[in-house]
Write a new protein. Structure first.
Lengths: 194, 320, 170
């Protein structure tokens, strides 16, 4: 799975971070990326409206009322270190090694939109509780649940980096475009490991 | 207090009870009307009324031996194991982030931000010099004596910071070496005995020597202060080959700024302030600056340059 | 025996003073009481000289700083407690330096005004200084206390007096 682009969209739908990782990534102008971010925000909002209410309720109340099927659908399995664990433990910031996390995690994405697949590309979405959305564009047309959970793991790790190197940077203004060298660097390392 | 008239000490009637030192009055000449045997149990009745209350109510409370007990600096122990050993890195980072942000909002220029951070650190350094030296005077034997005499009791000073948070552990403001299992159980005992303020100095037979030379005091900074703040000694301590008064403390990955992308503001000036506070109050006046010297292996390497004033060199030449 | 104790800050300013007297028996005579701060500050020069000596208590330095300063010699390696540093007409002055070079000094007076020099018992006096040092560090831990400011806390005061009662009165 070749990651072409990673986007970070803030809670009001503005594009705060965009980075291409492969030369084959489609060259879009910054304006087009902004439009893409706004469109995604709109699609997510629509998807959350058309997702059946019953499904949202069972997801919110968690495993107590949900059936086994529901339970497994909201838990994203941990898929391992995603390639070689070249990062030394002390490079993990405020996370304890050997990896950022090492167990299955609850998906906070209750809107229903997790990935979009076309013949050429697929697009994965990871949503945080605070409304920040991490988007990865892959060059493969992947539909398997395995691919989706790998993408979710990757984006969750990107979120961990965001927490460390963006939110703990005193010079970052919330909701503004991210210009943090260390975040760039660590994200590059993360994607390069795949 | 500055508007008070300073009277000669004889013109003041003798006070029946200690009310705290007032420099406008001068020394007061009483001994407390207390039983001679001030054991640990009666010492705890002195757990106090707050430090800077000098009003009449506080004074009258102090006159009786049954002081209203509440948490105060005097009722908590200085023992290295009396406080939680570790603070989560995330908490440390967020606190520092907020400090930088506050300095940034209040400043007009980069130099001013750095000056503010420097000043914050300075006050910390002044205190660390006394505290850490005193703690190193508490040796192993007096530690065990401390725990033997400690009286178990409910303590209000046991820290509540969880050290099991899913984050890297480091030694925070209230920490000191030895984070082993024995230390953890000892910490609980020390916290229980934390209001026994007198036990500590009493059990010290030899105070640690004051550091008299530049090298001694820099080694103290390099090892003790660094270990206390960052959980490890600094990576190197180098003497400049060009200038006699210049020393360099090298840190390959400064902990405080590890989440801060390099900007034109050097946030490590906080650590400069700590170092300068330590050295200044130990009578080694100096100027400390920080320079980031990235190399291939350590992209975040920082060098703290300490420049002593010429008076320090002259003094050392005289005493050599 | 009455004692006059002071903590002197970095700018030679007193940040704490106290007299330990027994109201029934022993007090400083009024004319001497006024002189106490002067006697004490006069000994600060000697204290600052001892401050930078490697072995202030060893007696090896008596050649340079005057033999009359040393009442005794010891092989003690510690350089916080300086012992008896000065005397003034039968009054003895002892000194102690904290790590931040706060000067703890005390005038010891004899029981009578006979002019006999006071003998200092180093053990209890040193313990007194160490415990006051600990109290001073605790004061410093208060974020609202600034270095070199007078210590006005009644708790500090009463604790110091309790220590004086325990260690200095016989």
């Amino acid at each position: 799975m070749a990651i072409q682009t990673i986007l970070v969209i803030n809670k009001s739908g503005g594009l705060v971070y965009q980075r291409d990782f492969s030369a084959s990534a489609p060259r879009l102008s910054s304006n087009e990326y902004l439009v893409l971010a706004g469109t995604l925000q709109g699609v997510v909002a629509i998807a959350s409206q058309i997702t059946p209410k019953s499904l949202q309720i069972t997801r919110k109340t968690g495993s107590k009322s949900g059936s086994d099927a529901n339970h497994s659908s909201q838990l994203v399995p941990y898929v391992g270190a995603l390639g070689s664990s070249a990062v030394p433990a002390q490079e993990l910031g405020s996370f304890m090694g050997p990896d950022y996390f090492n167990e299955a995690f609850t998906s906070w994405n209750t809107t229903g939109l997790k990935h979009v697949t076309t013949d050429q590309n697929s697009l994965f979405l990871y949503q945080t509780l605070t409304g920040v959305k991490f988007v990865a564009v892959s060059s493969q047309s992947a539909t398997s649940t395995m691919a989706v959970s790998i993408a979710e793991n990757l984006l969750r790790k990107a979120y961990c980096l965001y927490v460390d190197y963006v939110m703990k940077n005193p010079f970052y203004e919330p909701e503004m475009p991210i210009k943090c060298e260390l975040f760039d660097k660590r994200l590059g390392e993360l994607v390069a490991q795949l | 207090m500055s508007h008070k008239i300073i009277n000669p000490s004889t013109s003041v009637a003798q006070h029946p009870a200690p009310q705290g030192y007032d420099y406008t009055i001068g020394p007061q000449q009483t001994l407390p009307d207390l039983p001679q045997s001030m054991g640990p149990s009666s010492a705890s009745t002195f757990a106090s009324t707050g430090i800077s209350t000098t009003g009449p109510s506080a004074a009258s409370a102090a006159s009786s031996t049954n002081l209203a007990s509440g948490p105060s600096v005097y009722s908590s122990s200085l023992h290295p194991l009396a406080h939680t050993q570790q603070v989560s890195l995330a908490a440390y980072a967020f606190l520092f982030q907020e400090m930088v942000a506050q300095a940034r909002n209040a400043s007009k220029s980069v130099a001013e931000i750095e000056l503010r951070l420097h000043r914050h650190g300075y006050h910390l350094g002044v205190r660390l010099l006394e505290l850490l030296n005193f703690r190193s005077s508490v040796n192993a034997s007096s530690r065990s004596a401390f725990f033997k005499t400690s009286t178990a009791g409910p303590s209000s000073t046991s820290a509540t910071v969880s050290s099991s948070a899913p984050s890297a552990q480091l030694h925070g403001y209230h920490s000191h070496g030895s984070g082993d299992a024995a230390g953890a159980t000892a910490a609980a005992a020390a916290a229980a005995a934390a209001d026994d303020g007198h036990a500590l100095a009493h059990s010290i037979s030899h105070m640690k020597r004051r550091d008299l030379t530049m090298v001694e005091i820099l080694q103290f900074v390099h090892s003790t202060v660094w270990t206390y703040l960052f959980g490890r000694p600094s990576d190197d301590l180098v003497k400049s080959s060009d200038r006699d008064n210049e020393f360099m403390i090298v840190d390959h990955a400064p902990l405080l700024t590890r989440f801060i992308s390099s900007t034109n503001v050097q946030c490590d000036f906080f650590v400069c302030g700590v170092v300068e506070g330590v050295l200044d109050s130990a009578c080694f006046p100096c100027a400390v600056t920080v320079h980031s010297v990235p190399d291939d292996k350590f992209p975040e390497k920082a060098v703290f340059v300490v420049r002593f004033e010429s008076a320090v060199l002259e003094r050392e030449a005289l005493r050599a | 025996m009455p004692c006059y104790f002071a903590i002197i800050g970095a700018k030679d300013n007193p940040i704490y003073e106290a007299e330990f007297t027994n109201p029934q028996l022993n007090q400083f005579p009024p004319e001497l009481k006024e002189l106490n701060p002067f006697i004490l500050h006069a000994s600060l020069d000697i204290l600052e000289d001892l401050q930078w000596q490697a072995h202030p208590q060893s007696g090896a330095s008596t050649g340079t700083s005057g033999g009359f300063l040393r009442s005794r010699s010891s092989a003690n390696n510690s350089n916080c407690y300086l012992g008896k540093i000065d005397h003034f007409y039968g009054l003895a002055i002892t000194g102690y330096l904290s790590y931040g070079n706060m000067k703890f000094v005390m005038i010891h007076s004899g029981n009578t005004n006979s002019g006999l020099p006071v003998t200092i018992e180093d053990g209890p006096v040193k313990s007194f200084y160490q415990e006051v040092h600990e109290l001073y560090i605790k004061t410093l831990m208060n974020p609202f206390y600034k270095l070199n400011e007078p210590i006005t806390s009644p708790v500090f005061d009463s604790k110091v007096r309790t220590l004086a009662k325990r260690y200095l009165t016989k």
